[in-house]
Structure formats: C-alpha cells, structure tokens
Design a protein around this ligand. Structure first.
Ligand code: ZN
Length: 197
C-alpha cells in the first residue's frame, strides 16, 4: 500500500513539474505568471475601450476546462485583431443565438492565423459583422468585426480563444496574456480592463 502511495506521489510530482514548465491553471486564474516569453496580445477592442471580462480560464459557467475568454460588450462593439495574421475563416450570415443545442452551429466568427501557426477565434459576431474576408492580411489593432449574440450565447459578448501547439506538442487552447491598463497580464474574470494599443 505504502509503495503504491509512493508511486502515486511520484506521478503527481512529475505531472506538477511538467505543468509548471508551461503554466498551471491555478497560476492563470490567480493572474500570476513568472518568466514568460509568450506573445503579448492586444485586447481585441479599440484603444482605451473598457471591457468587462465575464469568464476566463476554467470559469465554471461554460468554460470549465477551457482556456477561453468571454468579454461582455454591447452589440456592434468594434472588434480589433489582437495580433497580426491572415484571415482563415469568417462567417456573418447568421442572426440566431441562444442556449438551445441547435444554437451551437449558429455562431458568426472570424478566425485569424498568426505567423507561428496559432489561430485566434473571435465568436458570436452580429449579422454582417465580419469586416474582413478569408485571405485578408490583418494587423493588430485593425477593426475586423462587430460583436453580437449569435451562436451558443445568452447575451451579447465576444468569446476569444487561441488554438496552437503547447510545450508538449499538443494542438490545444493556449493561454494568452495582454497589454492592459493594469500592465501585461493574464486576465481574471469579474474585472474591467482597458485596451492599450
Ligand atoms: Zn465563451
């Protein structure tokens, strides 16, 4: 029994070390992060725009186990590219949104591929709210769309997430830090942040 417990502890420790090498959910949620060389994103809104973050990493409402961010913004708020890249996906023909299972496929969005291969997704845009086309090159800070409430969404907001390769080579959601009025940080839910371009 003791022996098994020892193995369990070793595995736990091993996992902890691996997790520490990249990031731990706990660090992200607490906003603490040391010795980070990851890309610093702009908040996906116009300079000086103040936004409220409803859900962040691993938030209980609908982001359990997810590395994604939900910003509460009024319909038709201007969405800006958080990083340079090329538009690889865009949809803006939907006018449907809600919390029915069928709403999952109703979301308007823009996807932008960055030069390191990662892809940012901007979700729930208003109808006709994609202001860029697939193939367009965009620069950070450029207005690319208008927010809305389409898809699986209970209220107008922007869902932002970045997918890419993590330190172990897995293709997954990546945590992103931002320039804000509170410094360069990982965002925490329940707080206001101002975009700094
Ligand atoms: Zn979300």
């Amino acid at each position: 029994m003791k022996y098994f417990f020892f193995i369990f502890l070793s595995l736990l420790n091993f996992y902890y070390c691996i997790a520490q090498e990249q990031y731990s959910i706990h660090d992200l949620k607490s906003g603490k992060f040391k010795e980070d060389s990851s890309y610093i994103y702009l908040l996906p809104f116009e300079n000086n725009k103040k936004v409220f973050l409803i859900q962040a990493y691993d938030s209980k409402m609908s982001h359990k186990g997810e590395l994604a961010l939900d910003f509460k913004v009024k319909k038709k708020t201007k969405i800006c590219a958080a990083r340079d890249g090329v538009v690889t996906g865009a949809r803006a023909d939907s006018d449907e949104g809600g919390l029915k299972p069928g709403n999952m496929s109703d979301g308007n969005y823009i996807s932008i591929k960055h030069y390191d291969g990662s892809v940012a997704h901007y979700w729930h845009l208003v109808k006709n709210g994609a202001l860029v086309n697939v193939g367009d090159t965009v620069v950070k800070g450029q207005v690319i769309g208008l927010s809305g409430n389409t898809g699986y969404s209970a209220f107008p907001h922007l869902h932002f997430e970045v997918i890419g390769y993590d330190g172990t080579g897995a293709y997954t959601q990546l945590p992103t830090r931002f320039y804000t009025n509170k410094g360069i940080i990982y965002l925490r839910p329940g707080k206001f942040y101002k975009a700094v371009h």
